[in-house]
Design a protein around this ligand. Structure first.
Ligand code: AMP
Length: 186
């Protein structure tokens, strides 16, 4: 199964992606995690990405796209994947289509985790990652609304919306129910 997870920062995409990836036996690929690993290892990519993460801005597409392409070319991603945090713009969605087309692959679904802003902001305040300061939290919500939310219209034919307020288990159950009809979800 090839899935993209979309939702505002704090919607719980990362937690759900880990659980769903285990369930379906496909890798959970988080661009935020890949960037943070590069930052902590001090790689050239990490050095370039760091200031964007700190500011809550999107890392430029040429950096992000190349990183995702390399990751998707690894053998474990051949059979499927859960992309968490990519694409985040319509341009990145086009780049993803191009990457997948090289092997004749297409996305099966885009899962939208939907939760009101005051709830996701409250979750982020309690999380304490280095980009979870009040100002950066607000800015990342704005980036989501302006740059990422338009993807829902772009993917309208394959979007499955999951109500993302509740316990982790409740939200996983809703996601599994939404995905139940896809091939490979049994
Ligand atoms: P996340 O872990 O998904 O909240 O992402 C943390 C940060 O990584 C974001 O605020 C961006 O700075 C950067 N980032 C993650 N994914 C992308 C992406 N697809 N495009 C550009 N920047 C990204």
């Amino acid at each position: 199964m090839r899935l993209v997870l979309i939702g505002p920062p704090g919607a719980g995409k990362g937690t759900q992606a880990t659980l769903l990836g285990r369930r379906f036996g496909i890798p959970h690929i988080s661009t935020g995690d890949l960037f943070r690993e590069n930052v902590s290892h001090g790689t050239p990519l990490g050095q370039e990405a760091r200031r964007y993460l700190d500011a809550g801005e999107l890392v430029p597409d040429h950096v992000t796209g190349a990183m995702v392409r390399r990751r998707l070319e690894e053998p474990d991603a051949r059979r499927g994947f859960l992309l968490d945090g990519f694409p985040r713009t319509v341009e990145q969605a086009h780049a993803l289509t191009t990457i997948l087309a090289r092997t004749g692959a297409v996305l099966d679904a885009v899962v939208e985790f939907d939760a009101p802003e005051h709830i996701v902001v409250e979750r982020l305040r309690g999380r304490g990652r280095s980009d979870d300061t009040e100002e950066v939290i607000r800015h990342r919500q704005q980036v989501y609304r302006r740059q990422t939310a338009p993807l829902l219209a772009h993917y309208t034919d394959i979007v499955l919306t999951v109500h993302a307020v509740g316990t982790v288990e409740e939200i996983t159950d809703r996601a599994l129910e939404a995905l139940a009809d896809l091939p490979g979800a049994a």
